[in-house]
Structure formats: structure tokens, C-alpha cells
Design a protein around this ligand. Structure first.
Ligand code: FES
Length: 277
């Protein structure tokens, strides 16, 4: 009979280190490549954060004056430092120090919305904090305090970030609408319009598929039969909600692609493909 595995974990603690859990010296008994999904998640999130940070501080090539294309990373642009024409909602803020990106009003809320998203929590709790990194793989932390203390208690504010995200989606929709602008003035339509609208539609799909939105639509009701409109809305949101993870990743991609396209056109590296004017 083989000897029982010994433990290298502390004698006391919570979670996988509690006295009542099986004592095994190996971190996991899994033999598959369980680390691949968290590794891909880390790479994907890091690539987005690096790109978004660099572009947000670039202060260049975010507005195409001829066609009124504005990248979502700079919307709304509310500073006098914004290039002429890009401030669709005025310039209540003066010039900004270089430490602040021109989209500083909206970026903290967008970041808060994504960071507190129920899907992203799952992703980065596993991939970044290893809490735990995968099913049946022990986490390195000896304690688990949940989302009851700072900073994780902020996760409970997700619903409020959702409200702001709806406002931001409305602003992005407005930006996409005013982008039907031709080089000679009047109506215009080009590939950039398609890029902007695909991004906006997917952003709406991601925002409306939010778990908080689903609860706002159908939560706290005793009888759906007495609330047919809310029931219909909840049904539609629930369908979208099943694709929330896919939409979370897709919209990171469309945000980057939209910004990248606007940057290329604004810097005259490429010309926008025009269909009308
Ligand atoms: S749960 Fe993901 S955005 Fe709300």
C-alpha cells in the first residue's frame, strides 16, 4: 500500500487550506493543459489594456474631419484640447494636463463597467488572481474574504456602472449617426460608417446582455403575467445574456478595430473607401 500524500500547506486556514479539505502535496491532480484558457485570457486582456492605454494618451489621429469619424476612445471629447469639430457636446473642460487622457470623463466608468462585469470577474479571478486558476487547481491564497471588503466590494456597484454604460452607448450611437458626413458636406457614406455602426450595435448587444440589465428588466416581479412588456424585454435580454461572454470578447476586438481604422484614416495611412460622397 502506498503512503498517504503529505501536505506542504499551512495547518490552519480557509478554502483549500482548511483542516477539512483533503491533504495533497500536488497543486492539482489534473493532467490536461488546464493552464491554456487562463493564459489566453491574460494575453487577451493585457493586449487590450496596453493598446487602449497607448491610444488614449496619444492625443492624435482620433478624428477624421472630412467624414466626422470619432474613435470611441475619445468620446465624448469635452476639453478645449480636442481638435476642432470632435467635441459634439461642447468643451466644458479647459486644456488638460498630459496625465489625463482626452476621454477622461468616460474611461473610468467604462473601465469600471468591464472590471465589475460578472463575466470579466470570472475571467480575471482565474487568470490574473489565480482564485482559483481552474477547476480542481488549488489557489495560492490562504484566505478568502469574498467581495465584502475594499477593493472587491466595489464589484457590487456594477448596476450603477451599467447605467453609465447605457449613456455612453447613446453617445457612441450619436457619434456614429453624425458620421454620415461627406467630404463636400451633406450626406456621405463610407467603409468607416460600417465599422462605426458594427461597433455600436455590438456595444449595445454587450451592454443589454448584462446580468444587471436582466435583473432590472425582470427582477423583483412576482407575476410576469401582470407585466407583459417587462416579460418580453426580459426574454430578449435573457437570449442575449447567453452570449455575454462572446460579446465581452467581441466588443474588445471591435473597439480596437474601430479605433485602429479611424487612426489609419485620420493619419492618412489609408483612404476611407467611399460609397457616397
Ligand atoms: S454582467 Fe457583464 S456587463 Fe454586466
Amino acid at each position: 500500500m502506498s503512503a498517504a500524500p503529505t501536505t506542504t500547506t499551512p495547518e490552519t486556514g480557509t478554502g483549500v487550506f482548511s483542516r477539512t479539505r483533503a491533504r495533497i502535496s500536488e497543486r492539482t491532480l489534473r493532467t490536461d493543459r488546464w493552464w491554456i484558457p487562463p493564459a489566453i485570457t491574460v494575453l487577451g486582456l493585457a493586449a487590450f489594456v496596453i493598446y487602449a492605454t497607448v491610444r488614449s494618451y496619444a492625443r492624435d489621429h482620433y478624428w477624421v474631419a472630412d467624414y466626422h469619424y470619432l474613435t470611441p476612445f475619445y468620446s465624448p471629447c469635452l476639453s478645449t484640447a480636442c481638435v476642432e469639430g470632435s467635441s459634439h457636446f461642447g468643451t466644458p473642460f479647459g486644456d488638460l494636463p498630459a496625465i489625463l487622457p482626452l476621454g477622461f470623463v468616460v474611461l473610468p466608468f467604462l473601465l469600471g463597467f468591464r472590471l465589475t462585469c460578472y463575466y470579466y470577474r470570472k475571467a480575471y479571478y482565474r487568470a490574473v488572481w489565480f482564485s482559483p486558476p481552474a477547476c480542481a487547481v488549488a489557489e495560492p491564497h490562504a484566505k478568502y474574504t469574498g467581495e465584502t471588503k475594499l477593493p472587491l466590494i466595489i464589484q457590487n456597484a456594477h448596476r450603477y456602472f451599467f447605467y453609465v454604460a447605457v449613456v455612453v452607448s447613446v453617445i457612441n450611437t450619436y457619434d456614429a449617426a453624425v458620421a454620415f458626413h461627406g467630404a463636400d458636406g451633406g450626406f456621405g457614406f463610407g467603409l468607416g460608417n460600417i465599422v462605426l455602426w458594427v461597433n455600436v450595435i455590438l456595444l449595445w448587444a454587450y451592454t443589454l446582455s448584462c446580468h444587471s440589465c436582466r435583473h432590472i428588466a425582470g427582477g423583483r416581479l412576482k407575476h410576469f403575467s401582470a407585466h407583459p412588456v417587462r416579460y418580453w424585454f426580459w426574454t430578449q435580454v435573457s437570449k442575449l445574456n447567453t452570449r455575454h461572454m462572446a460579446l465581452a470578447w467581441t466588443t474588445l476586438g471591435t473597439l480596437v478595430l474601430t479605433d485602429f481604422y479611424v487612426m489609419l484614416v485620420a493619419s492618412e495611412k489609408i483612404s476611407d473607401l467611399r460609397f457616397i460622397n
